[in-house]
Ligand binder design. Sequence first.
Ligand code: BG6
Length: 484
Amino acid sequence: MDSMTFVLFGATGDLAKRKIYPALFNLYLDNKLPDSFLIIGVGRGELSDDDFQIRIKESLLTFSRHVVDEKHHIEEFIKLCRYNRLDVTNGEDYKNLLDVIQQNEKDREIKENRMFYLSVAPEFFDMIASNIKESGLSSTNGCKRLMIEKPFGHDLKSSQHLNEKLSNAFEEDEIYRIDHYLGKPMVQNLEALGFANPILQALWNNQHIANVQITASETVGVEARAGYYDKAGAIRDMVQNHMLQLLMMTAMHLPTQISTTDIRSEKIKVMESLRPLKKEEVVDHVVRGQYGPGEIQGSGVIGYNKEPGVATSSKNDTFVATRVWIDNDFWQGVPFYIRTGKRMNEKFTKIVIEFKNPLKDLYRNDNQNAAPNLLVINVSPYEGVSMQLNSKNPQNGNLEPIVVDFSSSGKDVPEAYELLIFDALRGDSTFFAHWKEVELSWQWVQPILEAFEEDILPLHLYPSGSMGPDPSNQLLKVDGFKWW
Ligand code: BG6
C-alpha cells in the first residue's frame, strides 16, 4: 500500500478514542497500514505530541480489540502520531497544517497521499472541506480522500446542500461516507451469502420469500446525547442510514461479477424501486414510539421524557417500525419490515427471511402445520446464519422446527471501523455510502419526517424493556405475519 498521511479532525473526541485509534492500532498489528504512515491528530486545544501520544495509549489500553502482551507495540505505534492545534474557522491554521504535513512528507519519505477524516460535529463538515481546498491541503500529486461520519444532513434539502459543498472540494469517488453498519462483517458477508450459495441465490425472490424482517434493537437509552438525539429521533439516527443500508444489502441482486460499481449500482436500483410514501399514507405503514419507564435486565429505568436534556413534552421517536415495498421484478409483493428502537429488551441486529410455506396445509399431521422456513442472519452481537427447517421428532413422530446454526466463533473478528478504514486506505469504496444512496434514502424518509413533525400519526409509548409498542405487531398481523 502506498505511503500516506492520515489527518484526523476531532482527534481528542470520543469516537477517536473509542473507535478510530483502536482500529488504526489493530491494522498496525496486522501489518495492514502502509509502510510509511503518519497520523496527524487535529484538535482545538493545545496539546504536546507527548500528551497526545499518552492519550492514545490510554485509549488503546481501554478499547483495543487485541490484548497486547507486549507494550512495546503500543510504544511503536504512538510514535506514528503527531498533534496539531487547529481552529476549524481559521484559514491560517490550515496553511500551518499544510507546512507540517509537507515537512513530514519530506522527512519520512511519504508521498503526497492524504486522507482527511472528519470526526467532528456535522456543522463543521462543509467549512473544513472548503478550507482544506482553499489552503492547498488537497492540491497534491498523490491521492486525496475525505472520510466523513454521519449525520449526512438533517433532511433531503440539507443533505443536498452539504453534498454540493463537499463536491466543490472532493470528487464523489474521493468521498468515503461512513455507515458503520456497512463495516459489520456479517453485513459485508450478505453479498457473499447470496452469491456463493446457489441455493440461496435461487430462492432470493418473490416466488419463494414471503417477507423480510430487519431489526436493530438496543437496550441503551438516549445516554448523554439528548442534544443531538432529541432533534434526530430513531428515524434519522437509524432508519435513514443504517436500516436502509441493511435493506439495500439484503434486497440487491448482483449481476455476474462483483465489483464496487456493480454493488453500488444494484443498491441504488433497490432505492429507486422503493415505493414512495405520501405523507398521508405514513400512518398506515409506519409506527412511531417513545420509551416510557420500565425495566432493563432487572434494573428500573426512567422514561425518555424524564431523561436529562429532554423536555417533558418531547414527541421525539425512539422507536420506528415500518413496512416497505420494493416495486421491482424480484420483490414485487414481498413486504420488508424494518424495526429499530432504544430501551428494548435485548441488544441485537438481525435479518430474518421468511420463506413462503406452500406445504403448510398439505403436510398436516394431527393438526400440526409445517412451520415456515426461516433464514436468520445475525449481524450482532453474535455473527452467524441459521436456518429453520422442519423435521420429524423420532420420539413422538411430531413435526417440529429444527434450527441449523452456523455461528462464527465471534472471537477476533475485526471491528467495523477496522474494516472500513482499511478499505478507505486501499481506495476501496464498496462499503461506503454513495451520494445517490444517501440522497434516495433521504427522499424516501422525507414524508415520514414531515408526518412526524406535523404530528399526523400517533406516538405510542412503550415500556422500557419491551419489544416496542403493540401497533408494531399489528403492522405485520394485518398481512398475516408476525415478528420472529
Ligand atoms: C449509531 C447511532 O449510529 O449507531 C446510535 O447514532 C446507535 O444511536 C448506534 O446506538 C448503534 O450501533 P451499534 O453498532 O451498536 O448497533
